[in-house]
Write a protein that binds this ligand. Structure first.
Ligand SMILES: [Zn+2]
Length: 381
């Protein structure tokens, strides 16, 4: 049996499978149910959030034997050949490699012919913003007088590069970045189905690293599984993969808040020895402190606005109880200014250590000049 990458194996086959995009799928389903199907759809959003998957599900919804239906059967000839990528009336075009006027002219000629089997001819154009302006002009002529039997589904990561004349003829759907909690839930589900033992903390690290992209999260999971031999619990896994570990951020903050400087220094040494990027670590610290402030100022309403898993929220609430909001703000200010100093600084760990003891000492105002001065003095020695 050939190995199938997770992203392909678990590709959404129905609208319900698309995670974190209910605002899009609900509108699409309503439009299909009411028979108000536009000639051109535009799916926008960052990479790996489900645009192409949604386009394929929409294609099935439109040409399924049972359709047009919001719930394509995935069993009929049409659905199955779309899954297999060989439906005669569904064309997937990569806008980046077919960006010229000739390709679009060719497309316009073929559009005139009726579909061979399905009720529509569907053109899915990925990365549509890559088309040349001549190609866009040719496409515009088709969009101005679209034949009844043709539907377009455009996908792009950069909607601002699409001419407004095209935009105004599309129904636009903005896909969102997917929250860490939703990605973790999906990864847990995948691991269970794959028979892979995985600690939730490892999956959280992967999800956070993916930055809102389900596809990135899934390919990271692929790497981690092949690296670990199917048991994602091993200590040091994130170090070995060079993943940024949110857990370490929380451990460091607890050490600082509890005044445990030696513990903080040990952790910083470990991070240094693992070759991690202190700039990213410091940014994660700043973001976490910001979240702490949101939690203490806005309470539970604030918690909902944060991109945090339930486990992280428990620790954040506990941390928020250790220091006053004012102190947390001072520490965050300290780290923010430290981050500006970090660029081009030869000894990032030293800077982090200075920031650490400054943070432990925070119990009132610390002038930034002191920080700059102490960095300079340390540098001289
Ligand atoms: Zn079907």
């Amino acid at each position: 049996m050939t190995y199938q990458v997770i992203a392909r194996k678990f590709r959404p086959q129905v609208f319900e499978d698309l995670i974190g995009q209910q605002h899009v799928t609900r509108t699409l389903c309503n439009a299909i149910e009411q028979g108000r199907i536009p000639h051109a759809f535009l799916f926008t959003g960052t990479r790996g959030v489900g645009k192409t998957s949604a386009a394929r599900v929409l294609a099935k919804a439109l040409v399924c034997e049972q359709g047009p239906t919001p719930r394509p059967c995935n069993l009929c000839e049409h659905c199955r050949s779309i899954t297999a990528g060989n439906h005669l009336d569904v064309f997937e075009i990569d806008g980046a490699s077919n960006r010229g006027i000739d390709e679009i002219r060719d497309l316009r000629e073929k559009i005139a012919y009726m579909p061979s089997k399905a009720r529509f001819k569907l053109y899915i154009i990925d990365e549509v913003h890559m088309l040349t302006s001549e190609a866009f002009n040719a496409l515009l002529k088709t969009l101005e007088e679209p034949p009844e039997h043709v539907k377009f589904i455009f996908a792009t990561t950069e909607a601002h590069k699409i001419p407004s004349t095209i935009l105004s003829r599309c129904q636009r759907f903005d896909f969102r970045k997917i929250g860490v909690g939703l990605i973790v839930d999906r990864l847990v589900d995948i691991c269970e189905r794959e028979g892979v033992g995985a600690e939730r903390s490892v999956l959280t690290t992967i999800a956070r690293e993916a930055g809102g992209s389900m596809r990135d999260a899934q390919s990271l999971l692929d790497q981690v599984i092949s690296f670990s031999g199917g048991n994602l619990g091993g200590a040091g896994l994130s170090e070995l993969l060079g993943l940024h570990d949110q857990g370490k951020v929380l451990i460091l903050l607890r050490a600082l808040f509890e005044g445990e400087l030696p513990r903080a220094f040990t952790l910083l040494r470990e991070i240094d020895e693992a070759g991690h990027d202190f700039g990213r670590f410091l940014l994660a610290l700043i973001e976490t402190l910001k979240d702490l402030i949101v939690l203490s100022v806005a309470g539970e309403a604030g918690a909902e606005s944060l991109d945090r898993t339930a486990e992280e929220l428990v620790e954040l609430r506990s941390l928020a109880g250790l220091r006053s909001t004012g102190e947390v703000e001072l520490i965050n200010d300290l780290f923010l200014r430290g981050h500006q100093l970090l660029h081009g600084f030869e000894h990032p760990r030293l800077l982090l250590e200075i920031l650490a003891y400054k943070a432990v000492l925070v119990d009132g105002l610390i002038p930034i000049e002191d920080l700059v001065q102490s960095v300079r003095e340390k540098k001289k020695t």
